[in-house]
Each structure stands twice: as C-alpha cells, then as structure tokens.
Design a protein around this ligand. Structure first.
Ligand code: AMP
Ligand code: MG
Length: 391
C-alpha cells in the first residue's frame, strides 16, 4: 500500500493539461486564464481628476484664477486653459490638456467667478490620476494561471476586454453503485439507505464550476463494465462511488481494468478512504471512490480537486496547507495517516466528534482536514499538526 504523499505525487505525475478555449468574460467566473493578457489600453485612459474641485496650471506665484469652464465626468471635449484660468471639474472628469493640478473644492473659495486656492499642501500634479498610472498599454495585465475571481473580471472589464482564453473544464461522469441505495424522496424500506454521494459529489464539482452527469448502476459486473465504457466515451473524468472494496458485490476495479484503464494506484495507507483507485486511459482519468460518504468526500478534496487544478496549471493545486498547534490530544492506531474533520480559527486546530468514514455531520461543520502522521500513536495538545483548509 502506498502512502498519502506517494499517492499525491502520482496524481501530479499523471495529471494532463486541459485544452484552452475562448469564452465571454461575463461567463468566466472561476475559470483559469490559459494565456497572458496584456493591456490593450492604458488605465486610466486619460488624465483623470481624483476629486471634485478645480483644474488649473499650477503657478506658485498666483493664488487666484478665473473659472472659465465646467467639465462633468464623461465630457469628451478637448479643452485648453490659459495660465490664469481654471475649470470646475469632478471625480472621473478628463483634466484639460495643459492643466497639471486639481484642487479639492474643500480648499477653495469662489467669489465673482474667481477661484482662490487655500491649500498649503497642494503640489503640482495633485489630485490627478495620470494616464496609464495603473497599467500602461502593452504591459502584463493578468498572467496565465490566474483564477478569474470577481476582481479579475472587473479589472479585465476596465480594459475593455470581452473575451478570455481559459482552460476547458473537464466533462465529468459520476457513476453511483450500490443496490441498497434509494433516491431521497422515495420510500425507504428496512435495509435500504438514502443515496447521498451523487448530490454531495455534484455539489463539490459545482464549486469548481463543473457540472457532472450522474448515472446509477446495479451491483453486477456487466452493468458496471458497460457503464464505465459508456462514461469513458463521453467524459474526460469518470468518478465511481462504491464497489471498489473487496466484498462479493464490488465490481468496480474489474470493470475499470476491463475497459483498458491503466491502474496508477489502488489502496492508500489512509483513513478514511483506504480502497481509493486512480487510473488513466490516455488523457482520461478514472477515480474509484469508496462508498462511505465521508471517505468519498475526503478523497475528492485530497486527490480529485488537485488533479483538476493541476490540469489548469495552478501552482496551488492541493488544498491550502499550514501547521497549527493541536487543541487536544489525539490517539490513533499506527499504520495509516488519518484525515480528521476539524475546525480551525487559524490559531489552533480542533478535531470534531464523529470521525467514522460514513459520518458526514462533522464534515458539514468542518473547515479543515487535519492529517496525522501514519506512525503516530498519540499526538499531544500543543504539538504542531498538518492542516488542509477546505475550499
Ligand atoms: P461500498 O464502498 O460500496 O462497499 O460502500 C460502503 C458503505 O457506503 C456502505 O455502507 C454503503 O451502503 C455506503 N454507500 C455506498 N454508496 C453510497 C452512496 N452513494 N450514498 C450513501 N452511502 C453509500
Ligand atoms: Mg457497495
């Protein structure tokens, strides 16, 4: 059995780069840029007033100017003033060509159309956002690999950009196995449980912008193998839930291998999620997740989430990690690294009650996974432990 870090190294080694595609900026939230973007125009595109006040050519021998014009924001006229002239101006207005300074209206007095300035701190160039001070035309605006968050989308819009080249999101097919499973909303008979992994995994993918398709399989070899064939024909990633262990009704591993998928690893020395399977068929990835819901979701965050981020070339592909002191003792059987559902205030980390691989309630409250070392038997309060922040 391989270790968590060996398994994660294999995820890195076998990641495949996603193809670029062009989409509208308005649809690009959370996509990752597939090319550098240079500024097509300077920002700001002209000398802009930063305040409401008066524009003029600063002349230290003079503290009185004749007001000859009024320039609202958006006024596109080309205006020239004489040395002793000023113009009323507003935040965002274009500063006249030969004016070098704007004074805030709070520091002025106006009498009979004469402007008197009263600001000892005013310097030439004051209160003007000069053309291109934020970014010059042709300079790098955002680099390849940048995640398009709301600020990035706003910034590209200020540059007048309407389309962006981004990495394609993978097509994901989720296959749910388990004869005992009943869809929520239907009647539950004794011995059956409600099926939860499909909605849970769909939600986890949707947080990454990805809308997976979902199919439900009966626990038999033929149905499993055929569903995997079909999924491999239609998707870039195939995610199986359940049926990957060694029970009499576990048909997933054979079904995957019968489809010509190369096994990269099967079984990781971790708790939960020991029977995790990862394989590849050319550029397509296949993950066999354990059926226990908390195990399946842990494997999603630790292996599938980084696999997808790596395909976008993200430097931070895995969950953000830090080390924090433990708030109470942990005891464990040595042999497998354990991912514990935990909460952190970023000063300490506290494992939650309810760590079984089927228990989702604690996961719902968790904002982090705490990873214990495989060989530990007791970790004491105050010791530093590895914390993986949930996205
Ligand atoms: P398996 O990995 O198929 O052996 O399933 C392990 C445990 O997880 C069993 O108790 C299953 O009933 C449960 N389980 C499997 N798939 C799901 C699912 N989609 N939703 C909820 N529980 C599941
Ligand atoms: Mg099963």
């Amino acid at each position: 059995m391989i270790s968590v870090s060996e398994a994660q190294q294999l995820i890195i080694k076998h990641s495949s780069a996603s193809k670029p595609t062009t989409i509208a900026l308005k649809d690009a939230l959370n996509y990752v840029l597939a090319e550098d973007i240079t500024a097509p125009i300077p920002i700001p595109p002209f000398n802009q007033s930063a305040v409401d006040g008066y524009a003029f050519c600063f002349n230290t021998n003079n503290n009185s100017y004749t007001i000859v014009d009024k320039i609202p924001a958006g006024d596109t006229r080309k205006i020239d003033l004489n040395t002793n002239e000023a113009a009323r101006i507003f935040t965002g207005s274009k500063v006249p060509e030969n004016c070098d300074t704007v004074i805030m209206q709070e520091f002025t007095k106006v009498e009979n159309n004469q402007l008197f300035i009263d600001d000892e701190n005013l310097k030439t160039g004051g209160n003007i956002r000069t053309k291109g001070y934020q970014i010059k035309q042709g300079d790098m605006a955002l680099s390849k690999g940048t995640v398009l968050n709301p600020a990035a989308i706003g910034f590209l819009a200020t540059l007048g950009i309407t389309e962006v080249n981004v990495f394609t999101l993978p097509k994901v097919s989720i296959l749910i196995t388990g004869n005992e499973l009943v869809t929520p909303g239907e009647k539950l008979d004794e011995g059956q449980i409600y099926e939860s992994n499909s909605l849970m995994l769909k939600a986890a993918f949707e947080k990454m912008n990805i809308s997976p398709t979902i199919s439900y399989l009966k626990d038999n070899q033929e149905a499993t193998t055929n569903a995997i064939t079909n999924a491999l024909n239609n998707a870039d990633m195939v995610i199986l839930s359940g049926g990957i262990s060694v029970g009499d009704y576990d048909f997933v591993q054979q079904g995957i291998l019968e489809n010509g998928v190369i096994q990269i690893f099967y079984k990781v020395a971790q708790k939960p999620g020991k029977p995790l399977f990862f394989g590849k068929k050319e550029n397509k990835a296949v993950f066999g997740l354990p059926g226990n819901p908390a195990a399946a979701l842990t494997c999603f965050y630790e292996y599938i989430y980084p696999y997808i981020n790596l395909s976008f070339g993200l430097k931070q592909a895995f969950l953000n990690q830090l080390q924090l002191p433990l708030s109470k003792d942990i005891k464990q059987k040595p042999g497998r690294a354990t991912f514990l559902k935990a909460t952190t205030d970023f000063k300490t980390i506290t494992p939650l009650e309810g760590q079984n691989s089927d228990a989702l309630q604690s996961f719902a409250y968790a904002n982090a996974l705490l990873l214990t070392p495989a060989d530990a038997t007791i970790i004491k309060k105050g010791e530093l432990v590895n914390v993986h922040l949930l996205p």
